[in-house]
Design a protein around this ligand. Structure first.
Ligand SMILES: Cc1ncc(COP(=O)(O)O)c(C=O)c1O
Length: 398
């Protein structure tokens, strides 16, 4: 069998990748279902065959589409959501929006790197409790805040500087404003299980051109190549070859064009995916609430659009089942479960190793989530049958 035949056989499998098809609920609820199809696979193959696989025109096309989707003027693609957080926070310092050591409010419940990136960038993370209905920081705050939109629920916090962790909230909105455009800058993740995916990937969004240029340098070695002011930077330092002109300490966190190839075609799918996730979220909350079980759901909050990244549940304090028992029951029925992200991050062993972090106030909601919270998967490929399976499995657990 020649290599050409091998490739032809692979190409025939394109048809199996249909992101518009519903997942079969009799197989249970996985954490995620592939969301890509022939367009993404074909584009990635084109990138391979072009010979250009590092960051190039496909990443640039994805960035333009993503900025337009989010409603910002700029998007800077990177290799993960964690990288997006690090690049964004480092750029905020480079451009003088924050100084090293400044305090940033960070929700006690979040992803590990939501917190770590704040400390890694040289800022002081001040851990505060979350709101029991949104699982986000809410209210008016006196310091810069990381508005982490928890599992698709937008954080309505107001603060002198809003920095968004929108890694799990693509398509969420407050009023008519999409997350990613609510503050000075935002970080997104395009990991496999997210609303749209590039395999691994992320992006910073902002409408501040100087911040975007700083992020471009920090993403790629600290050099000037992708900056919009590269010519001016080169003119200012005629003593240095502009091809290797380094203007700020940076990393190498670039997205490859193979990932960009996916992103280009995923953006157009987002609205339909989020509409299905959100409809499921609303339907599942209503069904489960109607059962009167000793647990709570997290319905969409007035004035917001929930992007339903995953479906969280919180057992009541007087619940006869432990979280471990309920998870075991769900898993036995083919329903995958996880804790609510890192739960109370101040209770993780890594917290002891962080320099530049402190807890402000008590953390009762984070503790409740830590001890009694869980989530199950949500997907563009799920529908009412999946809600029926989840509700009946919860009912049988009690
Ligand atoms: C809120 C939040 N922040 C950051 C991240 C990290 O993103 P990545 O896994 O792409 O590094 C995630 C991942 O799911 C997340 O949910």
């Amino acid at each position: 069998m020649s290599q050409r035949d091998d490739i032809s056989r692979l190409i025939e499998k394109y048809a199996d990748f249909n992101p518009d098809r519903l997942h079969d609920a009799s197989l249970g609820l996985p954490l995620a279902v592939p969301s890509f199809g022939a367009a993404e696979i074909g584009e990635a193959i084109s990138a391979l065959l072009s010979g250009w696989v590092t960051m190039g025109k496909r990443v640039a096309a994805f960035e333009e589409a993503w900025a337009s989707q989010v409603g910002t003027t700029e998007a800077i693609a990177v290799n993960s959501g964690s990288s997006a957080l690090l690049v964004m926070l480092t750029a905020l310092i480079a451009e003088g929006h924050l100084r090293r050591g400044d305090e940033v409010l960070v929700p006690a419940v979040g992803w590990s790197t939501s917190l770590f990136s704040v400390v890694q960038a040289g800022l002081t993370a001040v851990i505060v409790d979350i709101d029991p209905d949104s699982l986000c920081i809410e209210g008016k705050r006196d310091r810069p805040a990381l508005a982490l939109h928890m599992l698709g629920c937008p954080s309505r916090v107001t603060a002198p500087l809003i920095i968004e962790d929108a890694c799990g909230a693509h398509g969420a909105m407050i009023g008519d404003k999409p997350v990613g455009s609510l503050g000075i800058a935002a970080a997104f993740s395009f990991f496999f299980s997210h609303h749209i995916t590039t395999g691994e990937g992320g992006a910073v969004t902002t409408s501040d051109p100087a911040l975007a240029d700083a992020a471009r340098s920090i993403r790629a070695h600290g050099w000037t190549r992708e900056r919009t002011d590269a010519a001016a930077q080169a003119a200012a330092r005629p003593d240095i070859d502009p091809r290797f002109l380094f203007v700020t300490p940076g990393y190498n966190l670039r997205m490859t064009d193979l990932a960009g190839a996916f992103g280009m075609h995923q953006v157009g799918r987002l609205d339909a995916f989020v509409a299905r996730r959100r409809a499921n979220h609303i339907d599942w909350c209503a069904r489960i609430d109607a059962l009167g079980l000793p647990l709570r759901t997290f319905p969409e909050l007035p004035g917001t659009r929930h992007a339903a990244f995953a479906f969280p549940l919180l057992l009541s304090e007087d619940c006869p089942l432990t979280r471990a028992q309920l998870c075991a029951h769900l898993e036995a029925a083919g329903i995958a479960t996880r804790p609510i992200s890192g739960s109370n991050l101040a209770r993780q062993p890594a917290f002891e190793r962080l320099v530049g972090v402190r807890v402000e106030g008590e953390l009762p909601v984070a503790d409740a989530v830590h001890e009694r919270g869980l989530f199950v998967g949500q997907s563009h490929a799920f529908g009412t049958d999946h809600g029926t399976l989840l509700a009946s499995t919860l009912l049988s657990a009690f």
